[in-house]
Design a protein around this ligand. Structure first.
Ligand code: COA
Length: 188
């Protein structure tokens, strides 16, 4: 994750998950070699530090191509770009476990969450995972509907999983078909 993305990602996280305790620590996630994060951003809109102040233009042409992956702070920064939302996962022995997926409330229902999930599935597939898993609150029908749309199915329930209100966590999973591997064969 690029360091300069952290303030905006943290704000989006706090808006989406206000009762999460302990709150996610994206500084620490930057150091986590198992973590992969993707942000959806507007390359043209610049944000002044420390908080996002600019309101992006309406519409998101070419959003998918502007989804930017970030794995570490290795990329040079052209400036702070306005971030609409983000997602992330941890790699764990052939499994990608989604840790977060969130979009600013004012930008929801415009296809951004879906674009992020597609980018995550693509990346996990490239990394050869067999399963993508996640927990989602039982009451969070919006997110469950998004995951179902992309083939995730409910595989279990963790009773009282969420510490703030003891709500159940629905465990969802998507199996990734192995990618065909091509190898050179000698003939004749
Ligand atoms: C879940 C979330 C990321 C969806 O992002 P989004 O950008 O609004 O979603 P999209 O516009 O891409 O919608 C894609 C699909 O998600 C589902 N969906 C999204 N919002 C929905 C809602 N309010 N009610 C029902 N379904 C909804 C639908 O299946 C939708 O497909 P459709 O447009 O064909 O009906 C967003 O609501 C969010 O940030 N929520 C708070 C954080 C959260 O709950 N994250 C999930 C943690 S597991």
């Amino acid at each position: 994750m690029r360091k300069e993305d952290i303030p905006q990602v943290t704000e989006i996280d706090r808006e989406a998950f206000p009762t999460l305790w302990p709150p996610a620590n994206y500084q620490r996630e930057l150091q986590n070699r198992l973590a992969h994060y993707i942000v959806a951003c507007d390359e043209e809109e610049r944000v002044e530090p420390p908080e996002p102040k600019a309101i992006p233009k309406k519409g998101f042409p070419g959003l998918v191509s502007r989804l930017r992956r970030f794995f570490g702070n290795e990329l040079p920064s052209p400036g702070r770009q306005y971030i609409f939302g983000f997602t992330g996962f941890w790699m764990m022995t052939g499994e990608a476990h989604i840790t977060n997926l969130a979009v600013w409330e004012k930008h929801r229902r415009q296809g951004i969450g879906e674009s992020l999930l597609i980018a995550l599935i693509d990346l996990a597939t490239e990394l050869d995972v067999r399963f993508i898993t996640l927990e989602v609150r039982a009451s969070n029908t919006a997110a469950q509907s998004l995951y179902s749309k992309y083939g995730f199915t409910q595989v279990g329930v963790r009773h009282g999983y969420y510490t703030d209100n003891r709500e159940d966590g629905v465990l969802m999973s998507l199996e990734i078909s192995p990618q065909p591997r091509f190898r050179q064969t000698s003939s004749g």
